[in-house]
Structure formats: C-alpha cells, structure tokens
Design a protein around this ligand. Structure first.
Ligand code: AMP
Length: 224
C-alpha cells in the first residue's frame, strides 16, 4: 500500500520545480534561523557560505587557512576563493530540488555569479529588513552549535539545556567573529554592498522585503 502510494507520488516530486531562496540581510538579521526553518519545511538543504568556510577553517585546509584571517576581522573572503567552492556545493545531488542560500550574495558580483550558476527553477531573493540597533544585541548574545550550526541566543532564544544544542545536543559556542569589533566591520561591509545586490535582484524581478524584527514564527509564516 505504502509502496503504491510512493510510486504514485514520485513523479509529482520529480516534476516539482526546484525552489531556491536567496537570503539577504545584515549580520544578526535572522537569515540563519529562518534559513534552517525553511530548509526543514521544504526538505531542501540550507547552504550558508559562512558555515562552509568555517568547516574549511576547522579542517585546516589551504582554503581555510587563507579564509580565516579575513573572517576573524569580519572582512569578506575574496571571490576567487569562495565562488568555486559555492559552485561545487550547488552541483551536489541534494540541491536538485532547490536550496536555501544564505550569505551567498554579499556583493553584486556574487549575486550575478549565483544566478548564472543555479539550475533552472523558481528563485526568490528575500531581503531581511531590520533596524540597525537590534542587530548588536542579537549578535553579541548569539550562540551556535559547534556541530550543526543551529542558532540560539542568551536571552532572545535560550536553549533548553544550558550550553547544549536543542537539535543535536552538541556543545554551543560563541563564534570568533561575534565580537564588537568584527561585528562593526561586518556591518560596514554589508552597508557598502547591499544596495548593489538588491538592485540586481530587483532588476531580475525576484526581490521581496520582509520585516526581520518580527518574532521568529510570525516571520517564518510570511516566508514559506
Ligand atoms: P556569516 O556566517 O554569514 O556571518 O559569515 C562569516 C564570515 O564568512 C564573513 O564575515 C566573511 O568573512 C565570510 N563570508 C561568508 N559569506 C561570504 C561571502 N559570500 N563572500 C565572502 N566572504 C564570506
């Protein structure tokens, strides 16, 4: 009975148009939290370029060693280092039905590269609009899972068991670049490039803006 149902529904799954969400916003705007929720809801991978880079740093690969000096200061890692890694990730089999792309369009050059390299499908670029004053509190109190990158917050989204991830029970850590100096640098870089990125997605007719100050669940309802 289940087998018959599976065979019946399989073509529908295969025919469904791949769905790509491109999340844009300042550090602390909530892209990671919403990205994880969208990924679970639509059963598509959440690809955060920052997470991919942190994995390289952790593994001490050549790329990781080069990238870490930029990351610790809150600067962008040069395009020639990140874009080939992104392309390889997009070509993985698990992206066939789409993906949630987080932090993959930090400059117009990256946005153009991304659209040129995505498979055919439905794309939506979502700009997380938020008052700058809210960001500092979100970033400085943020804790992330050392294993699965799940995001918590000291006061705004506390974990159930102190110090451990709600999703996989691994240890929560504070990111090296979640300090005041690196945050201000990341924000300055964001301000420098975001207009060019949004202009590009507007020209492509796929940009929409959401109010990222809304509570997590409410914002998620408007995204999905
Ligand atoms: P995130 O986890 O998105 O806050 O990114 C952490 C850091 O990784 C950034 O401050 C940059 O140093 C680097 N990074 C992440 N995404 C990109 C990107 N698209 N281009 C260049 N550097 C990036």
């Amino acid at each position: 009975m289940y087998k018959a149902l599976f065979i019946l529904l399989l073509p529908l799954t295969l025919l469904a148009e791949p769905l790509f969400f491109i999340l844009l916003g300042a550090p602390g705007a909530g892209k990671g939290t919403q990205g994880q929720k969208l990924s679970e809801y639509f059963h598509i991978p959440h690809i955060a370029l920052g997470d991919l880079l942190r994995e390289e740093v952790e593994k001490k690969t050549g790329l990781g060693l080069l990238a870490s000096s930029y990351m610790e200061k809150g600067e962008l890692v040069p395009d020639d280092l990140v874009l080939s890694m992104l392309k390889m990730r997009l070509n993985s089999a698990d992206c066939a039905q789409g993906a949630v792309l987080d932090g993959t369009s930090r400059k117009r050059s990256q946005a153009e590269f991304l659209l040129a390299n995505l498979p055919k499908g439905k794309y939506e670029a979502i700009y997380f609009s938020i008052d700058r004053d809210l960001l500092k509190e979100r970033i400085l109190g943020r804790k992330v899972c050392s294993k699965c990158s799940f995001v918590c917050h000291e006061t705004l989204l506390p974990e159930k068991e102190k110090g451990f991830c709600d999703r996989c029970s691994s240890v929560l850590i504070q990111r090296k670049d979640d300090n005041m100096a690196a945050f201000l640098q990341r924000l300055a870089i964001f301000e420098e490039y975001i207009t060019g990125v949004c202009d590009f997605y507007k020209e492509m007719g796929i940009l929409r803006s959401v109010n990222a100050a809304e509570p997590i669940e409410l914002l998620f309802q408007s995204l999905k």
